[in-house]
Structures are given as C-alpha cells and as structure tokens.
Design a protein around this ligand. Sequence first.
Ligand code: MV4
Length: 448
Amino acid sequence: MFEKVLIANRGEIALRIHRACREMGIRTVAVHSTADANAMHVRLADESVCIGPPPARDSYLNIPAILSAAAITGAEAIHPGVGFLSENARFADMVTEHGFVFIGPTSDHIRLMGDKVTAKQTARDFGIPTVPGSDGAVADADEAQRLADGIGYPILVKAAGGGGGRGMRVAENAAVLGEAFAAATAEARAAFGNPQVYLERYLGKPRHIEVQVLADGQGGVVHLGERDCSLQRKHQKLLEETPSPALNQAERHAVTKLATDATAKLGYRGAGTFEFLYQDGAFFFIEMNTRLQVEHPISEMVSGIDVVREQLRVAAGLPLSMTQADIKFTGHAIECRINAENSVNFRPSPGTITTYLAPGGLGVRVDSALYEGYVVPPHYDSLVAKLILHGTARNECIMRMRRALEEYVIAGIDTTIPLHQRLAAEPDFIDGNYDVHWLERFVARTHP
Ligand code: MV4
C-alpha cells in the first residue's frame, strides 16, 4: 500500500479522502490555494503545500503546481477527489508520466466515457439499452431533420462533450429542430470546445437512477446498489437516496446487473457510476462517471463498504476486499447537500461561520469541513456539508432527516437547510413520488 498520498482537492471531499488514508496508515499531503490556508483539509493533513492564488484555474486546476507538490513531498499517488481534475484524462496521463499513481481509472477509460457519443456507443455494443436516437454525432441540421423523423418527436439535441445539462435543447417538432440544433452546437462549442451534438428521443418525466460500481481490474467487480438522484435544480443535485423508492427488486437486480456486466466487459478498474434515465419501467443508459461521486456516502451507509478505501486498494494493485456475496444491503440512506446559498433565491452566501453545531446520534453522518470561525470563500463550489442519514426503513430515515436538520446550526451564512426542511414535509417527497423536474416545480410553486 502507498505510504503517502497527495489529495488534489479541497473541502469536505478532501477530508473524506484523508479519513480513509488515515485509517489505512497512509500519510496525507494537502494542497491548497491562498484562500484555503486555514481550511480544515489543510489542518488535518500531515503536510500541506500552497499551490496558487484563489481562482481554481490557478490552484486546484494547476497541474504543474500539483505535480511539483507531489514531487517535493515524496507522495507516491494522487487522489483527484471530485470535480476539478478528477475526469481529466490528460492529468491522469501526466500523473503517470511523472512516476506517480493516479487514484482512478485508466486515462483511456476516462477518455472513452468523457465523450458521450463513444460512451453511448460502447454501452450499446455491450447490450445496455440506450435512449433511441442518432447512432453517433450528427453532421448538420439537414441530417438532423432526416434522422429526427425516424426517431420521433420530441427530440433532445445533446452535446457529445457535455454533461451537467449544458449544450442540451429540446425540439418539440420539425419546425424548431433547426434552431435547437444550432443553439446546442454553439453552446457545446463555447462550453466544451467540441461542437459535436447527437439526437435522442426526449423523455418527459424520467428519474435519474445511477449504479455505483467498484472494480479491481483483476476480475473483481461489485455494485453497491442504485441511487436515486432525481431531486435536482438546474442540474445540481439537492438530495439523493438509496434504494430508489421507484424500483422493485426485479428492476433493481436488472439495472445493477447491466452495470456490473458492463464494468467487467470494459476491463474497468476503480470506482465508477453508470447513469440511467428510468421511465415507465425501462432503463436507458446515458453516461458513466469515472470518478468518486459526491453522493457516494449513501451507498456506503447501506452496504458498509468504504468506497475510498477500495479506490486506494485497487490503485495500489490490490484486489477488492470483498465479493458481491459479502455485501449485505441494510436499510435506507438519504444525503442532504447543504450549500452556502440562500434557500429561497439560491444566491451564493460566502462568509464567516459564527456558530457551528453539527447533529449526531444513531444513523447520522456529517461530511463537512466547516468549523466555527471558518470563512467560506467565494471562489468555489457552494457545497459546505453533506448530512447523511441511515434508517432501517425509508420512513424512519426521513424522520431522522427531520430531527437532524432541526439540530444542525450553521450561523453566519445562508444555507439550503430550510429548503431541505420544506422538502422533508412535502407529501410527494414522503411518497417517493418525484421525477427529475419535480424539484424545479416545487421551488416555483412554494416561492413564485
Ligand atoms: C435526457 C432527458 C430526457 N430525455 N435525455 C440532463 C443532464 C444529462 N446528464 C442528461 N439529462 C437529461 N437527459 C433524454 N433523452 C432529461 C434530462 C434531464 C435530467 C436528467 C437527469 C437529472 C436531471 C435532469 C434534469 C433535466 C433534464
């Protein structure tokens, strides 16, 4: 196993990775921007290196500075965390070329899944159902018109380099397909430097269901069940839960088998997530994430598996520490993403934490780098805490969510805690009756 790992990230996820390293006897190196000199991830690490000024492009995305920090401190491996450089194939290559281990999949797998067209084609080749659409990128608006007639309206134009909902346009009919094609192409070029787009049949009320997999590249492949991530606003997840209240056991078995079979066929190594849209009893693969995900803790809560520990093991060439038969799923888990944002207008709310009191008790986990006196900087993602609840059944988990949200005191900044409280009291949420558009409508309905 590695003796020293550099964590190329910040905030709660850097802390999460540090904790797994500590429990495995691995020393940690934190990197930080000048804005994060007093951050918790820096305080807890064994060593730290300042890698640049506050803007992420000059610090957490500064590849030469990160590689230099690894060299100076004698780290053997680099964990990229989530966001930032975690799905940057060029970074994975540079880490390896400089003699370090990248804690993640191969750069080839990152590249394959980073292009949504090749990802979808690969999934189809493996026999995974995908949304009916164009077989690959579409050259121009004329070709789009011809293909769309065969696929059927409404049509969704998607960016090949996309993700996060950017470069996506719905066309209700042939008359508006031309402008949807042009708008998606322009946005894709601006956002991803890749103007290629493809077509799909638009699903009107899907749920977002994803499957967490772990693989060691030596034949060991497991899944940690599915997560329902349908509660999103502007493509930002607000709450995730597992198991999905929408699936029955047969559907759960089917979707997790699709994911593990594909993982094996890919020869994948590391943690990964297969994303599906689910509508009217059918699953459609849309994307694969080749990294740790923010919402991984809910899968840990129901499976008892430490996802980061397994990432470190397989990156070091060790097999997974379990087989599927070893994994017993128990109960229900929910994650509330607590952002430093106003809960009504969603404006960012950086500033000083004047009081901090985290909830505790049975079935409560808080992943956060907050502390009293900490100043939330304005430069980064607004996620400041993840409140993760476990219960034997979903209703118990929701009661625990209410109780923990009541206990949680974060003063000095606005947070999304009041929104989570409103959600926890909402009949549709309590019934598990929601799709990917439900939250936007809930926000509009309760704060018109
Ligand atoms: C779709 C869709 C409907 N039909 N594809 C949005 C982000 C990207 N990762 C996939 N997305 C969607 N793809 C087809 N063919 C609706 C969405 C979608 C969505 C998906 C998951 C979670 C939230 C969403 C919010 C709006 C739209």
